[in-house]
Design a protein around this ligand. Sequence first.
Ligand SMILES: [Zn+2]
Length: 236
Amino acid sequence: MDNLRPELELLYELQNYDIRISDIRKKISKAPSLVEDKKKSLEYKKMEIESKKKNFVKLNSLKKEKEAAFDSKEKSISAYSIELNSVKSNDVYKVVLLKIEKAKSDKGAIENEILELMDKIEKESVIVKSAEDELKKLEKKIKNDISEFENFIKKLEKEVTAVETERGEYKLKISKTILMQYERIRDARDGRGICLIDDESCGGCGMMLRPQLINQSYKCHELVFCDNCSKILLQK
Ligand SMILES: [Zn+2]
């Protein structure tokens, strides 16, 4: 009877290729969500700045309104002043004079409001400016991170292709029947189809093996499978 040991040793080595391939593929598959997270954090920052800018814009338009009101008070004052020159009656004169006083006090109040707004706008513009600077830095960093990451992924893709090619050549050394059984177990289990016997236990699942299986695995005349995890067993 054939001794399967040399072939099983090759199979065990082939499994190392499979483990490497699957590890690299796992890393590659995580890439899109990592890139997405980075992009999201940038979007969040942009939204934050947009809301700060809205406040800035609102204050500016309020200032414009106040300035228009200020102008209109000034116009009223000069109109009343002209009116004052042509007034004949003393009573009307007093009324117009009062109107001028009122318009002047309104104008003063508006002026104070404008000054307050200017102060707020200045503070707000500092906030927006620093947020924009921060955003620029963040944008640059994230762009850089993403491109570094994409390069890393490209490297991994090259690496996995190389390992797959090597594996493709390596597997030719193993008979198709054994290969197929191994692959079936590997795919149904945790990516491993063969394991070493560790003392008297299965190195895959840790289960104690029946003496008969251990004997068979020494002889290596046939494939021996763990009763529990079904992996092919190989003596160290
Ligand atoms: Zn097992």
